[in-house]
Design a protein around this ligand. Structure first.
Ligand code: FPP
Length: 246
C-alpha cells in the first residue's frame, strides 16, 4: 500500500463487515454467497493489515442479534467460519498471527468451539498480529457479564468497590489486555455502532463507506487508512496542546 505513513497507523483496527446479504441480493444470489465473498475480503484485509504491521485487528463476524436470522443462514455462516479457520490456520502460522475470540462462546455450536480452540491453541505462541473475531458478540452483553464477574469478586472480597476505576472495569471485559481501537471501519452505508465494542469505542475514530463488504477492495482500505492519518486525535485536549505534544 502506498502513501501511508507507517508511523501513523492505527495500533488497533476494528471492522464491522456489513452488506454481504445486500451484495448477494442485488445480484440475485443467495445471501450465503455474499458471506463467502465476504470471507475473501477478510483474507485481503488480514493480508494488508499484516503487511502494514497493524498489531491488533478485530472483526465483527457474528453478533448476538444474528442468532435471529433464518436457521439456514446461521448454519451456513457457522460452517463457513469453521472452514475459514481450518483453511487459514497454516497461513496464520506463517504470518505469526494469533487468533483470539470475544463474545459468548457458550452460544456457539460445539464443533465451531472445537475448531476455534484448536486454532487458538496452535497460534498461541505467535506474536505478530492479534486477530480477534467477535462471535456471538454484543457490547451490552459483554458489559453486563463484566459487571457480574466484578460483582462476584467484590462479594468474594478480592476487590473493593472503591478500587473500581475505568482500568479495573476494562480488565473485566472480553477485551481485557487489548488497547482500545483507534479506528473503526463500517461498510455498506449504515452509520451505526450496532452494539459493537460499546465501551472500547469511546475515543475511536469512525469511518463509514457505502461499499458493501464483498466489494471492499485494497484501494478502499488504503483510502480509509489515509483518512485516519489525516485526522487529529485530541482525546478531549485542545488542538494547541496536541501540536505541542502535551
Ligand atoms: C454482515 O452482512 C455480515 C455478517 C453478519 C457476517 C460476516 C461474516 C463474514 C464476512 C464471513 C466470514 C467471516 C470470517 C471471519 C471468515 P449482512 O448479512 O448483515 O448484510 P446485509 O446487511 O446486507 O443483510
Amino acid at each position: 500500500m502506498m502513501n501511508l505513513d507507517p508511523e501513523k497507523l492505527p495500533l488497533h483496527l476494528a471492522i464491522i463487515m456489513d452488506g454481504n446479504g445486500r451484495w448477494a441480493q442485488q445480484r440475485m444470489l443467495k445471501r450465503i454467497v455474499g458471506h463467502q465473498r465476504g470471507a475473501e475480503t477478510v483474507n485481503m484485509v488480514v493480508e494488508q493489515a499484516w503487511r502494514l504491521g497493524i498489531k491488533y485487528l478485530t472483526l465483527f463476524a457474528f453478533s448476538s442479534e444474528n442468532w435471529s436470522r433464518p436457521a439456514m443462514e446461521v448454519r451456513a455462516l457457522m460452517t463457513l467460519l469453521k472452514k475459514y479457520i481450518r483453511q487459514e490456520t497454516a497461513r496464520m502460522m506463517r504470518k505469526n498471527i494469533r487468533y483470539n475470540v470475544i463474545g459468548n462462546r457458550s452460544d456457539l455450536p460445539d464443533d465451531v468451539n472445537a475448531t476455534l480452540d484448536e486454532a487458538i491453541r496452535q497460534t498461541s505462541g505467535n506474536t505478530g498480529m492479534l486477530l480477534t473475531l467477535a462471535l456471538s458478540y454484543g457490547g451490552r452483553q459483554e458489559l453486563s457479564m463484566a459487571a457480574s464477574r466484578l460483582a462476584r469478586d467484590v462479594v468474594a472480597g478480592k476487590c473493593s468497590p472503591d478500587e473500581i476505576t475505568t482500568d479495573v472495569f476494562g480488565s473485566y471485559l472480553d477485551t481485557g489486555g487489548l488497547p482500545d481501537p483507534d479506528f473503526l471501519i463500517r461498510t455498506s452505508g449504515e452509520m451505526r455502532i450496532s452494539n459493537f465494542l460499546l465501551w472500547q469505542l469511546a475515543y475511536t475514530e469512525l469511518y463509514f463507506t457505502e461499499t458493501n463488504w464483498p466489494d471492499f477492495t485494497i484501494n478502499e482500505f488504503q483510502k480509509a487508512l489515509a483518512d485516519f492519518q489525516a485526522r487529529e486525535r485530541r482525546f478531549g485536549k485542545t488542538s494547541d496542546q496536541i501540536s505541542k505534544r502535551n
